[in-house]
Design a protein around this ligand. Structure first.
Ligand SMILES: [Zn+2]
Ligand SMILES: [Zn+2]
Length: 245
């Protein structure tokens, strides 16, 4: 967990109304917990471990206030960047575009990477979400697509075409795929694993996708789907981050 200290403090911000579901209501609830944790730490420090020794969980609670304070400060720092419409980079250190709501730490990192001409966080987020929603709609249309080749009997092949990043199911099925396209797709799948972290299962670049439920997380509000090619299994979101060679 990060212990990073914020470089700026949001003390010049006009106090917004803490409506249900607002970041301010969340923060005010977090501050209430912080207050209790601080009081708990003082009580635990004063307690002499007699006659009942503290269990690991009760002991562990004494360190949570520092951790929570640091998380609150990061959240406030990210909120300040949003309120002041500070520019944020549309890509991460490795040049990959982000497209879903980001954690405070990521927002701060993107603002550090930003050029002055970059969009602010909310503008960028709305744009990314719209683009992705449009791409998903295109993809859904493509689910009914069929292979563009004919079978040995001359009839139209009924298999689903292979999946291409961001373009959906197009062209030929894996049986009818030409050599060049096979090589291209192999490269895309290998590249996705080698060069890109997975938004669906959180595996880092260089590590294969995991289907372990503990690692899976929603991408754009949906559980991540998997695309398979020649024995390689990669989450769709990870494939879509991979540029075609
Ligand atoms: Zn086919
Ligand atoms: Zn994955």
């Amino acid at each position: 967990m990060s212990k990073r200290k914020p470089t700026r403090k949001p003390n010049n911000r006009a106090k917004p109304i803490a409506t249900e579901g607002s970041p301010d209501r969340l923060l005010s609830a977090a501050r209430s917990i912080l207050k209790s944790l601080t009081a708990y730490r003082a009580a635990a420090n004063a307690y002499g471990q007699e006659p009942i020794a503290l269990s690991p969980i009760l002991e562990g609670l004494t360190t949570l206030d520092e951790w929570l304070l640091s998380e609150i400060q990061l959240f406030e720092q990210a909120q300040l960047l949003i309120d002041t419409e500070a520019p944020v980079s549309p890509t991460n250190d490795r040049g990959l575009e982000w497209a879903v709501p980001q954690t405070p730490e990521a927002i701060i990192r993107y603002s550090e990477l930003a050029n002055p001409s970059d969009d602010d966080y909310l503008t960028r987020l709305r744009l990314s979400m719209t683009n992705r929603a449009e791409r998903t709609a295109t993809r859904d249309d493509a689910l009914t697509a069929r292979c563009d080749q004919a079978t040995a009997t001359g009839a139209q092949c009924k298999n689903r075409p292979v999946y291409w990043p961001n373009r959906g199911y197009l062209g030929s099925c894996s049986t009818h795929l030409g050599n060049e396209e096979t090589q291209q797709l192999t490269k895309i799948y290998d590249q996705a694993i080698a060069a890109t972290g997975c938004p669906g299962c959180g595996r880092n670049a260089g590590t294969k996708c995991s289907q372990d439920a503990r690692y899976l997380r929603p991408v754009n509000g949906q559980w991540p789907s998997v695309k398979t090619f020649r024995g390689r299994q990669v989450h769709t979101a990870r494939i879509d981050l991979t540029p075609e060679p």
